[in-house]
Design a protein around this ligand. Structure first.
Ligand SMILES: CC(C)(COP(=O)(O)OP(=O)(O)OC[C@H]1O[C@@H](n2cnc3c(N)ncnc32)[C@H](O)[C@@H]1OP(=O)(O)O)[C@@H](O)C(=O)NCCC(=O)NCCS
Length: 171
């Protein structure tokens, strides 16, 4: 483990059906739409967490596995944001997945796309704070909204860190 990235595996029963990798990131303020900017922020960049890799097993098309992994990414980033400032999730999407991310609430970053990927971001703080309720309830409502989308047998799915760094650690 090099601690430069963290990879999680998504299981359905005992079968690996997807994975995602997260790394720390930052995004320049100008790449974020004005409505997502924080006027009091003193730095040129916002801290972020990047989805560096995400893919679902080809045999499990349209079963909600991508949505389930994204939901877990929200849980992880919200958890991390309680310990170190971070409210933006970034992704350099393959061109074929841009619409998928947009459907999930990501916004095109205001920076020049490259031929091979398109930068997007999500300011998840907006979703959470809009409710203006107790944080736990807000979080529950937030997840409920996401879970209203079709899911892949959630009772049979689990997501595990590929090599737990500490005993009894779970997210
Ligand atoms: C992008 C990816 C992770 C989505 O996972 P998934 O398990 O297929 O997605 P879900 O089952 O949760 O979502 C299904 C919904 O998204 C839509 N969808 C799936 N892939 C899509 C795509 N590439 N573009 C637009 N919509 C897409 C489906 O039509 C379905 O819509 P519906 O709910 O209205 O019926 C998966 O397609 C994948 O692994 N792609 C290859 C690798 C990749 O592109 N990774 C992302 C780049 S970082």
């Amino acid at each position: 483990m090099n601690r430069l990235s963290a990879t999680f595996l998504a299981y359905w029963n005992d079968k690996v059906v997807g994975y995602f990798t997260l790394i720390n990131d930052s995004i320049v303020a100008e790449a974020v739409s004005e409505s997502d900017r924080e006027p009091t922020w003193a730095y040129r960049k916002y801290p972020a967490i990047k989805i560096a890799r995400m893919a679902r097993h080809r045999d499990f098309d349209n079963n909600g596995i991508g949505t389930l992994m994204l939901l877990r990414i929200f849980v992880i980033t919200l958890h991390v944001s309680q310990f170190t400032g971070c409210r933006i999730i970034t992704v350099d999407s393959k061109t074929g997945a841009v619409e998928w991310y947009r459907k999930k609430g990501f916004t095109l970053a205001q920076m020049r796309p490259r031929d091979d990927y398109v930068p997007l971001y999500m300011d998840f703080h907006r979703f959470v704070s809009q409710e203006e309720m107790h944080p736990l309830k807000t979080l529950g409502d937030f997840f409920k909204k996401i879970l209203e989308q079709r899911m892949f047998s959630p009772n049979n799915t689990s997501i595990k860190y590929n090599r737990p760094p500490y005993p009894n650690t779970s997210l």
